[in-house]
Design a binder for this molecule. Structure first.
Ligand code: ADP
Ligand code: SR1
Ligand code: MG
Length: 421
């Protein structure tokens, strides 16, 4: 089919040609169609059978530009190819953690999928202070399964290289990450967020510090050069949908082979942003404690799941049965997980900086209307990024990380709270 942008009028005709989708939507004449996309890149519609909200699907279409920047910023539609490929893989290895795909259409850059109608994009209830009892565990399980099974530990050499070839051309989105996460926030750049005070603080704290910048460059180097596993590539709280009993991962269009720590650190950092936001948002200290507890749970669950799968695998691209004596293998595993842990902190520090001073900031803090409050919290995230980047290689376990974060906040809390209410 020749590519056309589907507007609301064209959606029924498109969907009616798809038997699986019509099974979900059922018989009837009319549809209720709403554009629900709040993302940065694509158009997303909910199509429901009029009068029956339980009969609905989500249709997502990539357009040949970067939506957040407008039609003048071209971006090829190829990103949908990678979203579809990654979605298929995740459906197989993490069923129940990703939406069911009803229809995949590479020519039209379209995916039609299960409507997670009773769930919310995690970022927004987290801003409101809603507790999700299983969130850290679900995220950790997803990370453990996906990162192990789609790595050189879980795949044989041939299958792994074949899979790498299927993702190597997701070049434009990789370039967005290289620029917008690892470069532009750390220099003066026109794409950066405009808040003169915050910007001046970033310049004072890290843009002029070669030790910090060398560390950022080291993490960019890892992102470019270390294809550990297939990553989702954009796993933040806006790419998770959650309810009291369910967690789903959406939006894997940035999928690439990259370092384990990038995936783990990015999502952990999103919980740290939210912590800062709750000096002003309604959750207060209890919610902040919960957030930090979930950071721990994400890490410990990931670590346990990853090692559980490793315990079941003795042969893969990396592994050869009997290559190490059992005790030596245990040492190797401990070193391996330790490296991922420290990398996750460094990547998390990049993420904290990027979402504070770069394009596409997190609503947690950037959505605060009172500019004086927002600026104060942004400065705090800049300082936290600096601290974690300078300390990542001296933190040996999750308790040490939590202690450093707690000390950081304890030292600043009173000053931040002055006049905040
Ligand atoms: P983008 O790639 O443009 O960032 P997303 O995949 O993040 O788009 O989707 C944008 C929004 O659409 C999400 O924030 C969410 O509100 C909604 N959405 C996406 N997928 C689903 C789904 N399967 N069920 C319900 N809502 C969804
Ligand atoms: C222009 S960069 C836009 C950002 O949105 C996506 O969600 C990614 O995080 C990307 O970095
Ligand atoms: Mg997206």
């Amino acid at each position: 089919m020749t590519y056309t942008v589907l507007d609301q009028a064209a959606l029924p005709g498109y969907l009616e040609g798809l038997p699986r989708v019509m099974e979900v939507l059922g018989d009837g004449q009319d549809y209720d169609i709403t554009e629900i996309g709040d993302g940065n890149l694509n158009f997303v519609y909910r199509v429901a059978r009029t009068g029956d909200r339980m009969r609905s699907v989500i249709l997502k279409q990539a357009v040949p530009y970067l939506r957040v920047a407008g039609e003048d910023w071209p971006l090829s539609r190829d990103r949908m190819i990678y979203e579809l490929r990654a979605s298929r893989l995740y459906s197989d290895l993490a069923p129940g953690l990703v939406p069911e795909i009803y229809h995949a259409d590479e020519d039209m850059s379209v995916v039609v999928m299960e409507d997670l109608r009773d769930l919310r994009v995690l970022r927004y209830p987290m801003i409101e202070g809603v507790v999700f009892p299983n969130i850290g565990k679900d995220i950790g399980r997803f990370l453990g399964k996906a990162l192990f099974k789609l790595s050189y530990l879980g795949m044989d050499s041939m299958a792994r290289r074949d899979l790498m070839a299927q993702f190597v051309k997701n070049e434009e989105l990789c370039k967005l990450t290289e620029d917008f996460i690892f470069t532009f926030p750390f220099v003066e750049h026109e794409s950066n967020y405009v808040n003169p005070e915050t910007n001046a603080h970033a310049t004072k704290v890290f843009r002029g510090d070669p030790e910090y910048l060398k560390r950022v460059l080291y993490f960019k180097e890892q992102f470019l050069a270390k294809p550990d596993a297939l990553l989702h590539g954009d796993l933040h709280t806006g790419a998770l949908m959650a309810g009291p009993d369910a967690t789903f991962v959406i939006d894997p269009e940035f999928a690439l082979f990259g370092p384990f720590g990038f995936e783990v650190g990015k999502i952990m950092a999103n919980f740290l942003f939210c912590y800062t936001a709750h000096y002003h948002r309604p959750g207060g200290p209890d919610y902040q404690d919960w957030l930090l507890g979930e950071v721990t749970t994400i890490w410990t669950t990931f670590n346990t799941e990853f090692l559980r799968l490793w315990g079941e695998q003795d042969e893969s691209a990396l592994l050869y049965p009997g290559f190490l004596e059992p005790a030596d293998l245990e040492d190797y595993k401990a070193d391996f997980m330790h490296r991922i842990f420290q990398d996750a902190i460094g990547f998390g520090a990049c993420s904290l900086a990027r979402r504070t001073v770069g394009i596409a900031g997190n609503a947690d803090v950037r959505g605060i209307e009172d500019m004086a409050v927002r600026t104060r919290l942004e400065m705090m995230n800049i300082d936290l990024s600096y601290l974690l980047m300078m300390k990542y290689d001296s933190l040996d376990n999750i308790d040490a990380l939590v202690a450093v974060i707690k000390d950081f906040h304890a030292a600043r809390k009173d000053k931040v709270l002055e006049g905040l209410t």
